[in-house]
Design a protein around this ligand. Structure first.
Ligand code: GRF
Length: 197
């Protein structure tokens, strides 16, 4: 039974999808939902599911990333978590943090990587006139949004799509993809998973 920490910054819809999928599973258990933002809506949603939560507010640390991450690690290691799922977590992690949990940090990114690492992914896909968009779950490495891809889900871009309508369509697929990829990862299967909407 692998112990999992889910890191969030906002609504936590991906965290919820993971929690619902793992409920009753013997593959893994979420032992901590950790947010860098005390106002993250996902904290109340996690608590409503009976999941342990914690907050390490990044703001008091200013630019001292090492001190912020030491506080994150104290929570993660204190909960005995060995797998970390970033789920709408909006802080960039340093190479030191990534090395400490090498090969055990997953992230979901709302684009078909390697296209559109970073922010505003849907607006960029629309601006490029892409026929499809989607999301990727990847292992986190020292380079932002660049680790080995464990799975992707694709959606069509529809006429008249806005970044908001596209984001909404992709989010539905994120909630399918992340749980499916995490299960495989926990079972030791890193064969890439490709889903079509
Ligand atoms: C999602 O689009 C996710 O891909 C991105 O953050 C957005 C919100 O995620 N990283 P959540 O609802 O907080 O899980």
């Amino acid at each position: 039974m692998r112990r999992i920490a889910v890191l969030i910054s906002g609504g936590g819809s991906n965290m919820l999808a993971l929690a619902r999928d793992l409920a009753g599973s013997d593959l893994g258990r979420i032992v901590l939902v950790l947010s860098n933002d005390p106002a993250a809506g996902g904290l109340a949603r996690a608590a409503a599911m009976g999941l342990p939560t914690a907050v390490v507010d990044h703001r008091p640390y200013g630019h001292d990333r090492a001190a912020f991450e030491a506080a994150l690690r104290a929570q993660i290691d204190g909960a005995g978590a060995e797998v970390i799922c970033l789920a709408g977590f909006m802080r960039v992690l340093t190479p030191g943090f990534v090395r400490a949990y090498a090969g055990r940090i997953l992230n979901i990114h709302p684009s078909l990587l390697p296209k559109y690492p970073g922010l505003h992914t849907h607006a960029r896909a629309l601006a490029a006139g892409d026929a499809e968009a989607g999301c990727s779950v990847h292992l986190v490495t020292e380079d932002l949004d660049a680790g080995p891809i464990l799975g992707q889900a694709r959606v069509p871009v529809l006429p008249g799509d806005s970044a908001e309508s596209l984001a909404k369509r992709v989010l539905v697929q994120e909630h399918r993809l992340y749980p499916a990829v995490l299960r495989r990862f926990l079972a030791g299967d890193t064969a890439r998973l490709d889903l079509q909407a």
